[in-house]
Design a protein around this ligand. Structure first.
Ligand SMILES: Cc1ncc(COP(=O)(O)O)c(C=O)c1O
Length: 431
């Protein structure tokens, strides 16, 4: 999987960029005009923002929805009877309904607003794991996880005296399922947690076999969809998972908001995560009882305007079309893999373009990724260099860090050309 240099591929400039036909074609150039951030130059060059897997840029539609809400409808929610209180509550609950539809959840009460995917995953680990895990039980994750879906499970499993089991990656960088029978024989598997799309390699996982196995064991299946929801259709019913977490800032929404979806019956049976205002039914000196879903898990003042922004982001992605976004990213990934292969000494990681979202991780032999990213910045190119919060994966690859270029619905092939030009520049600096 440690990719051989693909220098032998002939140069394919933007003119040779061949679009694959889809039922609904995404017009990245038109969408890009919605994003004010691209109206500037960086170091005298057009901004090539290839760091969307880290955090996405925001279209005017989201920014304006939030500004308008602040200017016309802002108040606290669920506790005022005045007009603004009602408008604000309608804004928050309207956003919850949009997220429900976006994820094809059965019931809006199953959508819990949280700060980000990390908080959603911690909520499940603490509230479900803290009461359901014990000695003899096992939590199973994979070597492909972001730390947000690794560390909380490692911590809670060990705190509860349960086993923490990591499914390794095979030689192709895919999760190796060959050890499942042995794990099932040795442990009572209670949780299986993995991502749908890897943030470091872009791999789109086929979760069917693992979900079925988890349910055969009587385990819950927790899906980290932080990197999937921005890029392809996520359907919690089709995935047959039990919990699923997303982050608003990765999908054209604001930072400070994410959502956890959970099956109502599981959420109802769980203890709350954070305690305080809003999440109660009654409070007496002797005893406090919890509110109904989703309020039981939403202590304190909600991220009201952030939720409105997330709702606007959902509208924006739906208008662009999730299928069209996914198809566009496959095209960009294919183009990038071809163009990057021209760079001497490049090592490409990850699956073929048709099995990856718009993420390409690579190294330049002999040059530290941080140096690469810093020099690229001078070319107006923003990428991420580091371990991508995936240290177990980096360990598997045998590297401390990689460079990662990541794309989204506003990415145009010229940005990839600018990246390749910058990489040739990096090579010259280190020649
Ligand atoms: C796959 C994956 N999971 C979880 C997270 C955590 O997201 P957040 O930092 O928004 O909680 C990220 C962020 O990079 C991610 O890519």
């Amino acid at each position: 999987m440690r990719g051989a240099s693909r220098r032998s591929l002939h140069r394919r400039g933007y003119d040779a960029f061949v679009a694959v036909t889809t039922s609904r074609k995404l017009d990245a150039r038109a969408l890009r005009a919605d994003f004010p951030i691209f109206e500037q130059e960086i170091h005298g060059r057009p901004l090539a923002y290839l760091d969307s897997a880290n955090s996405s840029q925001k279209p005017r539609q989201v920014l304006e929805a939030m500004t308008e809400f602040y200017e016309t409808s802002y108040a606290n929610v669920h506790r005022a009877v005045h007009v603004l209180g009602e408008r604000a509550t309608a804004g928050l609950e309207g956003a919850r309904e949009k997220v429900r539809a976006f994820l094809n959840a059965r019931d809006a009460r199953e959508i819990i607003f949280v700060r980000n995917a990390t908080e959603g995953l911690n909520l499940v680990a603490y509230s479900w794991g803290g009461n359901n895990l014990g000695p003899g039980d096992a939590v199973v994750v994979t070597e492909l996880e972001h730390h947000s879906n690794f560390v909380p499970w490692q911590y809670i499993a060990r705190r509860q005296g349960a086993e923490f089991v990591m499914l390794p990656l095979d030689a192709n960088g895919d999760v190796d399922l060959s050890g499942l029978d042995e794990i099932a024989r040795a442990h009572r598997v209670k949780v299986v947690a993995t991502n749908l799309v890897s943030n470091a390699l872009g791999t789109i996982q086929d979760l069917g076999p693992l979900t079925r196995w988890a349910h055969e064991q009587g385990a819950i299946f927790v899906c980290d969809a932080a990197q999937a929801a921005p890029h392809l259709r996520v359907d919690v019913q089709a995935l047959d998972c039990d919990f699923l977490a997303i982050s608003g800032h990765k999908m054209c929404g604001p930072s400070g908001i994410g959502a956890l979806w959970g099956r109502a019956e599981l959420l109802q049976a769980m203890e709350p995560f954070l305690l305080g205002g809003h999440m109660i039914s009654s409070v007496r000196y002797e005893k406090t009882t919890w509110g109904e879903l989703p309020h039981k898990f939403e202590a304190g003042t909600s991220p009201i305007v952030e939720a409105v922004g997330l709702g606007a982001a959902v509208d924006y992605l739906e208008a662009a079309g999730l299928d069209a976004i996914e198809a566009w990213e496959h095209e960009l990934a294919a183009y990038a893999l071809g163009r990057l292969a021209e760079v001497p000494g490049i090592v490409l990681y990850g699956p073929p373009a048709d099995r990856r979202a718009g993420v390409v991780s690579f190294d330049l032999e002999g040059i530290h990724p941080h140096d690469v990213a810093q020099i690229l910045d001078r070319y107006g190119v923003a990428i991420r260099a580091g371990h991508h919060c995936c240290q177990p994966l980096m360990h598997h690859l045998g590297v401390p860090a990689t460079n990662r270029a990541s794309f989204y619905l506003y990415t145009v092939p010229e940005e990839i050309d600018q990246l390749v030009e910058g990489l040739h520049g990096v090579r010259e600096v280190f020649a």
